[in-house]
Design a protein around this ligand. Sequence first.
Ligand code: HEC
Length: 168
Amino acid sequence: MTEKRYSVNVSTILGISASAVLLLFIFVLVTHHRDVPDRVRQQRSALTSSGSSVAERIKPVGQVVVAAAETKSEPVKIAAASPSARDGQQIYQAACVACHDAGIAGAPKLGDKGQWAKRIAKGVDTLYASAVNGIQTSAGVMPAKGGNPALSNAEVKAAVDYIVARSK
Ligand code: HEC
């Protein structure tokens, strides 16, 4: 008799906990499935409220790519145009004048034909290379691009052309 009552108790407890688990499961299931349509409805209204067609909705992806391509190509255009936009004299005034105007630290002075003659005799390509990469002899130290790495090679060469034109 006690054995039977015990087994009844056990099955009751098991039944209660099983239905509790089942209820919990159903609760989770229902809240989950109520939640999803809400989110879907929100997203759908966000999409449709703009009144856009499917074609318009997918268009921004294309615009982003086009815009990126445009901003990418623009600096290239600016860089290509800069040697003419900033001529040799302007670059010289900005990056080279500090040493080459007064002949500081062994720098050959602008317009000093005597100082420049033997350098110009090396050929303009050698002068370009010295100005772009820097040069160090017993005369002094010329830093690469005059210590201004932001300058393009073309800008440095334009400045060399300016110096050479004024110094021969
Ligand atoms: C920090 C000072 C300094 C600045 C700034 C500077 N130079 Fe020089 N430059 C020198 C010195 C010093 C020499 C001589 C180096 C040597 O012959 O050893 C020199 C030499 C040169 C030469 C002759 C190179 C050769 O092969 O004989 C050229 C060309 C030249 N500079 C161009 C430029 C240009 C262009 C700029 C600006 C973009 C510039 N320099 C900025 C110090 C400078």
